[in-house]
Design a protein around this ligand. Structure first.
Ligand code: PLP
Length: 453
């Protein structure tokens, strides 16, 4: 059965972020069902999902309340749109709930079907805002190298993933990137080895100012960043970084866009990463954990400054998606947020599970293959190094991918970004399951070491 599915998959299915040819040779892993923090594959294996799907299944798998919310809404109103002055109860109630959960100055939301669409919406709103303010010359958006903001053309352009830019043809004009605050990658192994992390954080913030002056201080519209870079490698910035960034942006009157697609909805132990880092974003793209991934939905939370201008001065905003605020997706997202609130999921990550993971994850730092073990909330990373040299492994060895595949075989889903191993488990994981996760990660490291060293 699984072999025939694999054959069909090979014959017809082009997977996202996949080497099509290599997958054809290896065959895909078929995931058939899931409950709690576990997924089950077609070979009968149960795996601890250390990645919550794609950083999204915050409430874990198998929540019947979400299934019920979907089926009830399907029966009542399976589709209607929010275009041309219509709406429906799930979209309205979800908008109200989101604005109540978000920092106080974020009082409006524009719904999308995904995080990528949310970032396309961001770009259009930012440029529209400055045009309405009589400053159309303010059109540059500064993002960060190795940032990820999605796979649509605008999302890919706002992101700083060089391999995506190389494959995508010309990016959207008026977008540029500055250095990421990745201490381990660029500090320890890069060109600033003699600095301490806090000096490096300030230097990365200063790079934004240098870019502003290079572009012309009257021409920069917005800066976009994830609170913690997720897809780039679970990169927590040095403590000096965000305060210095905020200061630069306010000095040049530049909008702050904080991409909360991964960090939002409890991942870092607050409803939003912006709360953890004390940021007041003008625009906040969201998706993923909004519905715990049960149905596709995203959006942009819009601060009063931008919203008031778009509403009072903008006229019709020629932008929207057929599935903006889809009623079934909105009903599931609303139920998801209600359950998270009722069960105190975010507080538990902040007060109990995040600190517990931090203690347990840090024990991996003594492994010969680990150059750094870091975590925040329920997001963690391990930096792999060659114990012989104390440097990175030769790229050709693909140590990270090897460790990921070994880990998967042993029953834990970890993700590799180069030689950085990442975890971001469902937020409902228990302490015992965290213990299992750390044990499985250590076993995967041991086997990887036996293969490489
Ligand atoms: N922004 C961030 C920070 C993300 O991590 C992602 C996806 O991983 C996106 C945007 C794109 O979201 P989607 O895949 O829903 O389009």
């Amino acid at each position: 059965m699984s072999h025939s599915l694999q054959a069909l998959d090979r014959a017809h299915h082009l997977h996202p972020f996949t080497d099509f040819k290599a997958l054809g040779e290896e065959g895909s892993r078929i995931i058939e069902r899931a409950e709690g923090v576990y997924i089950h594959d077609a070979e009968g294996n149960r795996l601890l999902d250390g990645m919550a799907g794609l950083w999204c299944v915050n409430l874990g798998y198998g929540r019947v309340e979400l299934v019920t919310a979907a089926t009830e809404q399907m029966r009542r109103l399976p589709y209607y749109n929010n275009f041309f002055k219509t709406t429906h109860p799930p979209a309205v109630r979800l908008a109200e709930k989101l604005c109540a959960l978000a920092p106080a100055h974020l009082n409006h939301v524009f719904f999308t079907g995904s995080g990528s669409e949310a970032n396309d919406t961001v770009l259009r709103m930012v440029r529209r805002y400055w045009t309405l303010k009589g400053k159309p010359e303010k059109h540059w958006v500064i993002g960060r190298e190795n940032g990820y903001h999605g796979s649509t053309v605008a999302g890919m352009s706002l992101g700083g993933m060089a391999p995506m830019h190389d494959q995508g043809g010309p990016c959207v004009p008026g977008i540029t990137h500055v250095r990421q605050p990745y201490w381990f990658g660029e500090g320890r192994f890069g060109d600033v080895r003699d600095q301490d992390p806090e000096a490096f954080g300030r230097q990365c913030a200063a790079a934004i100012e240098e870019k502003i002056l290079e572009l012309g201080e009257e021409t920069v519209a917005a800066f976009i960043a994830e609170p913690v870079q997720g897809a780039g490698g679970a990169i927590m910035p040095p403590a000096s970084y965000w305060p210095a960034v905020k200061e630069v942006l306010s000095r040049y009157d530049i909008l702050l866009v904080v991409d909360e697609v991964i960090c939002g909805f409890g991942r870092l132990g607050e409803w939003f990463g912006s709360v953890h880092y004390d940021l007041a974003p003008d625009l906040m793209p969201i998706a993923k954990g909004l519905s715990s991934g049960y149905l596709p939905i995203g959006g942009v939370l819009v601060g009063d400054r931008v919203a008031d201008t778009l509403i009072q001065e903008g006229g019709e905003f020629f932008h929207g998606f057929t599935y903006s605020g889809h009623p079934v997706c909105a009903a599931v997202a609303l139920k998801n947020l209600e359950l998270m609130e009722a069960e105190g999921v975010v507080e538990r990550v902040r007060d109990e599970l995040g600190p517990y993971l931090a203690r347990r994850w840090a024990t991996l730092a003594d492994h010969p293959l680990v150059g750094e073990a870091r975590s925040l909330g329920l997001m963690g990373a391990l930096e792999l190094i060659d114990p012989a040299s104390g440097e990175r492994f030769d790229k050709a060895l693909a140590a990270g991918n090897l460790c990921r595949d070994i880990s998967f075989r042993r029953g834990l889903v970890m993700r590799s970004v180069g030689d950085t191993m990442i975890i971001a488990p469902p937020l409902v994981i228990t302490r015992e399951q965290i213990d299992d996760l750390v044990t499985l990660a250590r076993e995967a490291l041991d086997e990887t070491a036996r293969c490489l060293v």
